[in-house]
Design a protein around this ligand. Sequence first.
Ligand code: S3P
Length: 457
Amino acid sequence: MSHDQPPRPATAHRAHSLKGHVRLPGDKSISHRSMMFGGLASGQTRVTGLLEGEDVLRTADAMRAFGARIERTVGDDGGAEWVIDGVGNGALLEPKEPLDFGNAGTGARLVMGLAGTYDMETTFTGDASLSKRPMGRVLDPLRLMGVQVLQASPGDRMPITLRGPRFAAPITYRVPMASAQVKSAVLLAGLNTAGVTTVIEPVMTRDHTEKMLVGFGARLDVETDATGVRTIRIEGQGNLSGQRIAVPGDPSSAGFPLVAALLVPGSEVVIENVLMNPTRTGLILTLQEMGGDIEVLNPRQAGGEDVADLRVRGSHLRGVVVPPERAPSMIDEYPVLAVAASFAEGETVMDGLDELRVKESDRLAAVARGLEANGVDCTEGEASLTVRGRPGGKGLGGGTVATHLDHRIAMSFLVMGLAAEKAVSVDDTLMIATSFPEFMGLMADLGAEISDVETAR
Ligand code: S3P
């Protein structure tokens, strides 16, 4: 695993223009869920377009440890097709070893929900980044359902061992923070619980769990009141049956070539097959408000999701105030938005960023330090970031950014280096493989010059 290897720094140099078509790897959220729900459902699930990043492969290993059979095959079109023979809802086996989720918060937290209510012991471990992240947000509702936490590090951190009760109790749970992971963990715990488990979600977050579970045959319904509060009910112990899933391209990964193309003058890039679920499109909307030339082409439906291609051209950006209520729909995109803001005319204000403090790193601090190291004028608040941009990137760059085992910090600052006057270095790129293994090759195909240790100038 990458955290055992020595770090691999890289440096991004100013690009002339970026041109071409890119096809993104599959969406990480949907890929994780495909493995989990396919591994749980009765019968066979076939998945194309899966993100074959380390995070998702860890989830696949966990599902194998619960008894699912998962194989990578070659589909009729020559592309990879993952074939999953699931165990059946309620029939997960006790894993013989601790489950190592590496860097993946989504894998760890959702599987805690999926397996936590089983009358068996399951141990969860992860890398240095994941071991620092708070798990109490998932353990608290699980405790209410009768799950015992046999082992946890201080502050409910991993390694964690769970033991479910003989019969889990259904609960009604109001999610205290805007988190799709917490919502999903409770719903998945509800799958193995007699009766109806209810999740109240005051602020809507990505809804892949709800949509996909319905596709697998779960009895789940959602009511949204006049103020936007969602009540999600799931009836436990029903049958789930295997599905065919075509995973659309990841809009969070799209953010990197997208912002790069906006910032490098003269660029024109088409990003194909991007998931356009409205709970995920906050970055595109914000960049359009900043004056970004982003055309949405060929909008269509694929596998129950909105999908489109994006044509992006080099643009003059202007600072904006990003409404805090937009945060859940772009929560993973603030690092790359902060980079875009560094090149915009005027000030960009981002607020409502509390959740950024508990991502793969303290992303708010990591972004602010990275910006400062590269000459960007910014102010970090407790839950906010204000960036005063320099159009053309004049005077920007020249710094080395500490990535703190965070893939999105690494990719965001490499994007900065493509447009800044001076090169930008990051101290490690290994973690990029957790979510976007193709990043370096794909950016090079567009004309980006990113040198790593082996090709350093
Ligand atoms: C995810 C939810 C978000 C997001 C993460 C993926 C998911 O986390 O940051 O990358 O797939 O449910 P939170 O639920 O902690 O906001």
